[in-house]
Write a protein of this length. Structure first.
Length: 218
């Protein structure tokens, strides 16, 4: 089997950073092309970084070539209070990446969304993710996989007080929370993304409990 090239967007985030570590250890991939605004701060022969404005992702078209795209980009209300900018990050960047994947004949595209994503949701965050899912799927890539985790657990560099409180609450009440809504570790998501890229999956949208099952079986 010829070694593959992975494209990773969001390598400086929690899940993206863990996924990067897994990709570097995986002999199936000989190159990881990272697209971002800031450096991942890692030096490795496999890594090829492309830094710039992700709102203008099309400017990277020539370099945006590989076998699979992993899109782990995302922000929060606290980090990005402006709704227009928020939408450009959580919807605009993944959709632009999917369009480039289609243009450059990349067959597999994976993106992190959220459990409850719905274009008609009254919750702004969920509606934006719903728009992203709709627009990505409309592009018509051969293999599109949308990961819909519940609250993601893990240690982030930046402080997110509200998220930290939610994580503690989820852990405390874990025994009464339905599996679908249980907090899920970032490591679990990253592992599942890698496994689905290799083995495929029978569904396009992969909910939180399914993500955990994939990771556990792998």
């Amino acid at each position: 089997m010829n070694p593959k090239t992975a494209i990773l967007i969001g390598a400086t985030g929690l899940t993206g950073g863990i996924l990067l570590t897994l990709l570097l250890k995986d002999s199936s991939y000989s190159k990881i092309k990272i697209f971002g605004r800031n450096s991942c701060q890692k030096s490795h022969p496999k890594i090829e970084e492309h830094l710039g404005d992700l709102f203008k992702l099309e400017t990277f078209a020539e370099a945006f070539k590989g076998d699979v795209v992993f899109c782990c980009i995302g922000t929060t209300k606290a980090k990005t209070p402006n709704k227009e900018t928020y939408k450009k990050i959580d919807c605009g960047i993944p959709v632009a990446a999917a369009k480039l994947a289609k243009r450059n004949k990349i067959e597999t595209f994976e993106v992190i969304s959220v459990l409850g994503a719905d274009v008609n949701s009254n919750t702004f965050y969920n509606s934006v993710k719903g728009e992203m899912e709709r627009d990505v799927l409309a592009i018509g890539l051969k293999n599109s996989y949308i990961f819909q985790p519940s609250l993601i657990g893990g240690d982030r560099d930046e402080k997110r007080l509200g998220e930290k409180i939610a994580q503690v609450s989820f852990k405390f009440f874990d025994f009464v929370i339905v599996n679908k809504y249980k907090m899920i570790a970032a490591e679990t998501i990253a592992k599942a993304m890698l496994l689905v890229a290799k083995n495929g999956y029978e569904e396009t949208r992969i909910e939180s409990h399914q993500i955990k099952n994939i990771s556990d079986r792998g």
